[in-house]
Design a protein around this ligand. Structure first.
Ligand code: PMP
Length: 372
């Protein structure tokens, strides 16, 4: 075992120290460290990473980029990460400039900065569940009251504008494609949510690159919408989860506000250099996206062909079910060396699309567990 954690619980290292004697904030007393289990098993399909490791060319480029800045590490990094933001803007297209792009250590940190700046005490954030579980968790840690909105039976968001109108939240999260369902949200609906919202609307597009053809990005909605924020990450399609680089695109005024809550020098020189090298060589990881999309569609067809319910997926994972005892299925797969995610609505499980060999191992294990 690399690091252990329970089925749905923390992936932190054990043993855990007792915190009972410490004067912890009252509102954090019942919280546990969040994280998917990190288990050392042959097939890890539980955290939606790109399964293809960097090629030798990319490894060499990353090593050279780190070597090039190594001699400057006595100095703080560029606090505003301007070169990196320019590279990210070029990648995103849509005529975006560096002033409209901001970067941090993963999109989780981006979300934290957004809630620090636009949420906080006496403010509310609304999301439509099931969705990415860090949204409510970061809301809680930033003392933002979380409002749990709902979805249609097929996980669509047709009622979202009405829910926003009724709740008048300071921040709204729309995750598209959504985690854990994989479903994406039509642009007209995002525009309607924006029109209904009095505050900031965050479209979390962590999985945007995996969308099926004809699913445009909310980046196209940015012009003329100064309260709209689109968040992205290099952890998924870019195959750079270990780099910890998330980013957003928004009106420059939003970024001006974020500069007041970010910690000075939050993005290390090494992170900036590695991210820039990865962006410069992006054609290589992004070429795997097409294979993963095909693998996803094929896996959806296979699961449906075996009588299972599967949510439509625009992401690099698939939500399937419905099981009376999903813990048994999850454990049965793990016993066969395949780790997936025990998450989502009651009775459903989520599996990341892996390499063809990993997906084959998943199918073989599931066939045994369910006697398909
Ligand atoms: N948003 C969504 C919807 C996610 O699923 C994740 C990661 N699982 C993130 C944001 C955060 O990713 P990261 O911090 O690695 O950029």
């Amino acid at each position: 075992m690399r690091r252990q954690g329970a089925a749905g619980g923390s992936g932190g290292s054990s043993p855990r120290a007792s915190t009972a004697a410490l004067p912890v904030r009252d509102d954090l007393k019942d919280l546990h460290p969040y994280g998917a289990p990190q288990l050392d098993v042959p097939v890890r399909l539980n955290t939606n990473e790109n399964p293809y490791p960097p090629s030798q060319t990319l490894r060499d480029a990353v090593a050279a980029a780190v070597a090039a800045v190594a001699g400057t590490l006595n100095r703080y990094p560029d606090r505003d990460a301007l070169d990196l933001r320019k590279d990210l803007a070029d990648y995103l297209g849509h005529d975006l400039t560096a002033r409209q792009v901001w970067a941090a250590n993963g999109s989780n940190e981006i979300i934290q900065q957004l809630l620090q700046a636009f949420g906080g005490p006496h403010r509310t954030a609304l999301g439509f569940e099931p969705s990415y579980s860090m949204h409510p968790l970061i809301a809680r840690v930033t003392c933002t009251q979380w409002l749990a909105g709902t979805r249609d039976p097929d996980y669509g968001l047709s009622t979202a504008p009405g829910q926003v109108r009724a709740a008048r939240p300071d921040v709204v999260f729309v995750t598209s494609p959504n985690n854990p369902t994989g479903t994406s949200v039509p642009l007209e609906l995002i525009a309607a949510v924006y029109a209904a919202a009095p505050g900031i609307v965050v479209v979390d597009e962590a999985y945007a690159e995996f969308s099926r053809d004809g699913t445009p990005s909310a980046l196209t909605l940015l012009p003329g919408r100064p309260r709209l924020v689109v968040t992205r990450t290099m952890s998924k399609a870019f195959a750079a989860a270990g780099t910890r680089l998330g980013y957003l695109a928004a009106d420059p005024a939003v970024i001006e506000v974020l500069l007041t809550v970010r910690l000075p020098y939050h993005l290390s020189t090494v992170t900036q250099a590695v991210a820039r090298a990865a962006i410069a060589h992006r054609q290589e990881p992004l070429a795997t996206v097409e294979a993963l999309r095909r693998g996803r569609d094929e896996l959806v067809g296979w699961l449906r062909g075996h009588g299972l319910a599967v949510a439509d997926s625009d992401a690099n994972f698939v939500l399937f079910g419905v099981f009376g005892d999903r813990d048994r299925v999850w454990q049965g797969l793990l016993d066969r060396g395949v780790l997936i995610r025990n998450t989502g609505p009651q009775g459903w499980l989520r599996v990341t699309v892996g390499t063809p060999a990993e997906t084959a191992a998943f199918k073989a294990a599931l066939t045994e567990v369910l006697c398909l």
